[in-house]
Design a protein around this ligand. Structure first.
Ligand code: PRX
Length: 584
């Protein structure tokens, strides 16, 4: 079905940071964008300085930086000066323990105030911040902390006991574990963060960092192998700042709510950095999704800009547009969405419920910031991700026998590619030079997404070119799930795919072949589901497991997930020339 274009009116351009896309894109330069930030003496740059200290130095220290809403509706407010003081305390806690430049500080926390102070304090101390998703189980946590050479972990006592303590001795690099929400009976080898923060000084001079010094380590997954740690540097702040301004239309007076979990990159780039560099006020809600609660927050906090995700939008759609109309959402100016395909129905539903569309935008852990977006001043074509940010060159390319060719024809499907050179591009996958190199060809960064571009320059997402799974906006590597199931003594072979789900986009499904002589009973299926959940955590574990006598494999023994998926969905099997003969 053709969806009608949502036309923007002249008043939509009024006051918008990007009032005229074509004009802005023509004159934009990253050097100019960089000049809007302070930097540090001698050509240095530090994300936390730009997010916090720059405002304090300019006399804006009293402004509200962060309002935290607890599960039971308690509020905690942090001015820029207050958040800066908390960050300084954390930086001092690190310094007192000899944690220094380049050391890796991991967090395993939900949306709690300590996380924000720790992220900024880590950056002020010139250490590297690496947030983990709190719904991960012990395996994904251990794998990421080992790859990242974690020196410090910040978590809760409950998470620590369940997800870290059982394997802690295996990770020699981990020297300090700070706990929040802890009892009087601290586990051995841990420190009560509250106590040491209270004792630390609230002044700290940011340690000098260069623009190319590592600042953030965000994990992502591929089709095969271990998780990949995408390395981001302090220079990324230039892109966070500008994309926040242009794609999210952040102004200094705005109240901004990013619903992404801080355990994923959106929760850092746009849940911490971009709103603060732009001098806005950030809303953080500790609680999980609840439609009424969310509308209440939008109303009570007078949210102007709301950055959310398709799964949440679909959950709101389920409850109905009528509820939205009961709330005064007159302050809400701009709504954006990211992370997974936003169905055109979702965009249009925004107009029905809020009187304005959701603006889809596209990016990846690797790109560090928004690359393609719909802007307040530009017509929305429901179902399209929009047009590349000023300063970003995108293309649709075709790879054939090692050759890369750009396809100019409108609406031709190919791989979405970007010309490298923007500030928040990853600088590598940590210790994985080969995998990093594979992302580039003929001067393009290859995204792994399939897309099309229409004759107006709007991009349309088609799908992934690999086997990674997007469930509720979370990227899941099938290999990580397969590895956990393979550890079970009954399992001979596993293939993991994503199957469509009306709310979460996709959910994880595993196909398992059992060892000889083991019966595929319902009890065993439940046992396997429990095993996976215990090891991987609810965000990654399969929602469903099906037994198969054999799994389709190539002659070299690789399980053909693509074929499992085609069969599951009743789609054509495509090219099966590499399938092992007895499997046909
Ligand atoms: O496949 C694309 C999908 O999410 C992938 C990136 O996932 P991750 O690294 O977890 O990104 C975190 C920051 C957003 C992309 O390769 N994706 C992201 N945005 C969209 C999307 N798919 C469709 N439409 C989008 N707007």
């Amino acid at each position: 079905m053709e969806w009608e274009r949502i036309r923007k009116r002249p008043e939509d351009r009024l006051g918008a940071n990007l009032a005229d896309y074509d004009e802005y894109a023509r004159t934009f330069s990253w050097a100019q964008a960089r000049a809007e930030l302070d930097g540090l003496p001698g050509g240095g740059l530090n994300i936390a300085h730009e997010a916090i200290d720059r405002h304090i130095l300019a006399g804006r220290g009293n402004k509200l930086a962060l309002r935290w809403i607890g599960r039971n509706d308690e509020l905690r407010d942090f001015s820029y000066a207050g958040l800066g003081a908390a960050a300084n305390r954390f930086a001092n806690v690190l310094a007192e323990r000899g944690v220094s430049k380049g050391d890796r500080v991991f967090s395993l926390l939900g949306r709690v105030p300590e996380l924000y102070a720790a992220a900024l304090g880590t950056l002020k101390r010139a250490c590297v911040f690496s947030p983990l998703f709190s719904a991960f189980g012990p395996e994904p946590i251990k794998a990421r902390m080992a790859i990242g050479n974690a020196k410090v972990l910040l978590t809760t006592e409950a998470f620590y006991r369940r997800k870290v303590e059982p394997w802690r001795q295996e990770l020699a690099s981990l020297e300090h574990v700070f706990l929040i929400d802890c009892s009087n009976n601290l586990p051995p080898g841990t420190t009560d963060l509250g106590a040491v923060m209270a004792a630390a000084s609230d002044s700290f001079e940011t340690v000098w960092t260069g623009p190319e010094d590592m600042a953030l380590l965000h994990f992502t997954s591929g089709t095969t192998g271990r998780p990949k740690g995408a390395v981001h540097v302090h220079e990324a702040v230039v892109a966070h700042h500008m994309t926040g301004r242009l794609a999210l239309d952040l102004h200094a007076d705005d109240i901004f709510w990013c619903t992404a979990d801080p355990g994923w990159i959106t929760g850092t780039s746009y849940g911490i950095i971009a709103p603060l560099t732009n001098g806005a006020t950030l809303i953080v809600d500790q609680a999980e999704f609840d439609a009424e609660r969310w509308y209440r927050i939008l109303q009570e906090q007078k949210v102007a800009i709301w950055y959310t995700a398709p799964t949440a939008i679909r959950m709101l759609m389920k409850v109905g547009a009528e509820i939205a109309k009961r709330y005064d959402l007159s302050k809400l100016r701009f709504m954006a969405s990211v992370g997974e395909p936003l169905n055109p129905e979702g965009v249009v539903w925004g107009v029905e419920a809020f009187g304005k569309p959701f603006h889809d935008n596209w990016w990846q852990t690797e790109t560090g910031g928004i690359m393609i977006a719909n802007y307040p001043s530009m017509d929305v074509k429901p179902g399209s991700m929009g047009r590349p940010l000023p300063g970003i060159t995108a293309g649709i390319i075709e790879r054939t026998a090692g050759e890369v060719r750009e396809i100019a024809r409108p609406m031709a499907m190919g791989e979405l590619a970007l010309r490298p050179g923007w500030p928040s591009m990853m600088r590598g996958y940590l210790n994985e030079e080969e995998r990093y190199k594979k992302c580039f060809a003929s001067g393009w960064y290859l995204t792994g997404d399939l897309a099309m571009r229409d004759s107006d320059g709007y991009y349309w997402f088609v799908g992934r070119s690999d086997d990674v799974i997007k469930s509720a906006g979370h990227l899941i590597g099938p290999f990580e799930v397969e590895s956990a199931l393979m550890e079970h003594p009954a399992v001979a072979e596993v293939g993991v795919i994503g199957v469509p789900d009306p709310t979460a986009g996709e959910v994880v499904k595993a196909f398992v072949a059992l060892k000889n002589g083991i019966d595929p009973t319902e009890a065993l299926r439940k046992n396997l589901l429990g095993h996976a959940r215990q090891r991987l955590g609810p965000a990654v574990a399969p929602k469903d497991i099906a037994f198969r006598q054999n799994l389709p494999k190539t002659r070299s023994g690789k399980i053909m997930r693509r074929l499992l998926k085609a069969r599951e969905l009743g789609l054509p099997e495509g090219d099966i020339s590499t399938l092992e003969s007895e499997e046909r």
